[in-house]
Design a protein around this ligand. Structure first.
Ligand code: M6R
Length: 615
């Protein structure tokens, strides 16, 4: 959460920084700010509550010249979202300006100590404490900015990605990270672009250096980057080539990123399978983890960790891996797992699922499991992200950049990768027959085409959205592999339309939630043809006899259910195990249309951020 951008070079920094903030706005949008050196070496800070567009308006008549600058878009952690708490923060003397993504956990004792030493604070943020700590160290120890930052970071407990400029060293930019991501783009003309992720950098350069944990970089124009750890060890920067494509970061004619990303799913699912699934030769190759296949097969169990939508993908994965590969799987919320002193051994394999690859709880969970000797694998979307780098091996989902805060195509790509993994392990273990493997592989290959077909059907979904847009509550039900789809459907609705929604296993209704059913309550049921279809129908009857309004996701051509429920949404026929890849799409669309009809900010829902880098 929070996006940081910085630039040092020969160009006018302000437009570069503002465009960069727009690309990173999905990381937080409570307030935004910018700090620039003008030609007389004045250090100007402009910041305001609200979005990057508010900042743009705010600086219209200000002096925004300068070739070095830092900028920030905030998701508030300490202190309410207002102008004062917005970043950048000046040091007390106003000589230094700093932007920060993360949390300084020991900011309270540090602040007290600094207050004793005569510092006063304007804001309630942990960040202002850090910038003053750096200033205090510089004043007392007579060291340069880099060394002051290094000393300060040794006193700090918590997470940070920071960028700092100082009046005393106006040709220098210092950046550092621990726990929060930071990328340095190497420009073609001796200039440097710094950001929380590569999306603001790609339009300027493809050459990047990912800063590692506890590393600080000294960045100066026309000079090689100098990197040290906070323990003062020198590091050699490793230059990566970005594979991202600029068009992927634009809306491409859609009104919202979320809608574009929903519609991209035929190709993103295909991309997650590309070069991996070969039904014609009965092979599945997951290059990233091929060296670990035997280890997985010998494992006592697989533990899947993730948060939010990624956790839901993990639940689908549990079903697939147990059903096909007959391997014991446990799925854990990363945030609970890490604080529970879990029993883990070298015989366990932990799979971390994360779109961003930066989720703080997931990262902490894998670090804990690694310490205890488990093998750690990752399923991430963002190439080069922290989780991708900290796992022993992994499989990228290749869904392309996901900008909408609500996860859509990343989810179906995660489920696709888990399906490939389950099938590959099943083949190695011979837990399914060769002919069954082939049947499933052929069907999986046909999924992108079925998604394409499914995406054409909008009319019915819009009609349903119209009917239920003003509801205050909704219930989502599913059974077996579709129970996580009910959870995911409910999460999509609540996060973008602010309607209270809950997902339940359909049979759990009668153990409590059924008390909520009345003639106003919409109940979305995944009722596709499956082993326990008849049981789901009984669950629907229970709701109907209490006058609930049932919207059923059904297999194309199902005539029987039409007479029982209020609305149906058809999806193409597929293997029961692959229904999640299809059934989730109309639920995403329904949430999208309801949110738009309610006038909600679909891509940037209130209080949320795309990448949750705080605990
Ligand atoms: O980047 P991650 O997949 O680790 O993110 C996990 C959750 O924060 C994320 O899935 C969140 O729940 C989404 N907003 C859901 O749409």
């Amino acid at each position: 959460m929070c996006g940081i951008v910085a630039y040092i070079g020969q160009k006018n920094a302000c437009p570069i920084l503002i465009n960069g903030l727009k690309r990173l706005e999905y990381r937080g949008y409570d307030s935004a700010g910018i700090a620039l050196f003008d030609s007389e070496q004045n250090l100007n800070v402009y910041k305001t509550k609200g979005k990057v567009s508010d900042l743009e308006n705010f600086i219209k008549d200000k002096n925004t010249e300068g070739k070095i600058g830092i900028a920030h878009t905030r998701w508030a952690t300490h202190g309410e979202p207002n102008d004062v708490n917005a970043h950048p923060h000046y040091s007390q003397s106003k000589d230094i300006a700093l932007i920060h993504n993360g949390i300084i956990e020991n900011y309270a004792p540090l602040r007290k100590e600094l207050e004793k030493r005569g510092f006063t604070f304007q804001s309630h943020t942990d960040t202002e404490v850090l910038v003053n700590l750096i200033e205090d160290i510089q004043q007392n120890e007579k060291v340069d900015l880099f060394e002051a930052v290094r000393i300060a970071l040794n006193q700090v407990v918590g997470a940070y990605a920071i960028a700092i400029i100082s009046k005393k060293e106006p040709y220098t930019l210092i950046v550092a990270r621990k726990g929060s991501p930071l990328v340095i783009g190497i420009g073609k003309e001796g200039d440097y672009y710094i950001a929380s992720d590569a999306t603001p950098i790609i339009e300027h350069t493809r050459k990047v250096v990912y800063l590692d944990e506890e590393e600080i970089a000294l960045v100066q124009r026309n000079t090689d980057i100098c990197i040290k750890t906070i323990k003062n060890e020198e590091k050699t920067p490793y230059v990566h080539e970005l594979e991202m494509n600029l068009q992927e970061l634009e809306k491409g004619g859609f009104n919202h990123f979320m809608l574009k990303e929903i519609y991209e799913q035929a190709s993103s699912i295909r991309d997650s399978m590309r070069g991996r699934l070969h039904p014609e030769t009965d092979t599945i190759s997951l290059g990233g983890i091929s060296d670990y296949e035997q280890k997985i097969l010998r494992a006592d169990r697989i533990i899947i960790v993730g948060c939010g939508t990624s956790w839901h993908a993990g639940l689908v994965g549990e079903y697939l891996l147990e059903e096909l590969a007959r391997i014991h799987v446990e799925v854990e919320y990363a945030s609970e797992f890490r604080y529970r002193n879990p029993i883990i051994s070298e015989r366990d394999v932990v799979i971390a699922i994360s779109q961003s690859g930066e989720t703080a709880d997931t990262l902490a969970a894998i670090r804990l499991a690694k310490e205890k000797g488990a093998t750690i694998l990752g399923i991430c979307n963002v190439v080069g992200s922290s989780i991708a780098r900290e796992t022993h091996a992994g499989v990228y989902t290749h869904a392309g950049p996901e900008i909408g805060v609500a996860s859509t195509k990343a989810f179906t790509a995660q489920v696709t990768v888990l399906t490939l993994l389950a099938l590959r392990l099943a083949q190695l273990k011979a837990s399914i027959t060769k002919s069954r493997f082939k049947e499933l592989a052929i069907e999986l290959e046909s999924i992108p085409e079925k998604v394409k077909q499914l995406l054409k059907n909008d009319e019915q979904i819009i009609k349903i959205a119209e009917r239920f847009k003003d509801t205050r509550n909704a219930i989502y039900l599913g059974r077996g592999i579709n129970f996580p789809i009910a959870l995911e459907g409910a999460l999509k609705l609540k996060e973008i339309s602010y309607i209270h929604a809950e997902g339940y296993p359909a049979a759990e209704m009668k153990h409590g939630p059924i008390a909520l059913i009345d003639e106003e309550m919409p109940v979305v049921v995944v009722a596709t043809s499956q082993r326990i279809y008849e049981k789901v129908i009984s669950n629907i009857q229970e709701i109907k006899s209490r006058k609930g309004k049932v919207i059923a996701i059904v297999t194309e051509g199902n005539q029987q259910i039409k007479d029982i429920v209020d609305y149906i949404i058809e999806i193409p026929c597929t293997e029961e195990l692959f229904v999640p890849l299809l059934a989730t799409i109309p639920l995403q669309k329904m949430s999208y249309h309801i949110a738009v009809m309610r006038g909600c900010n679909v891509d940037q829902p209130r209080n949320l951020a795309k990448s949750v880098t705080v605990e």
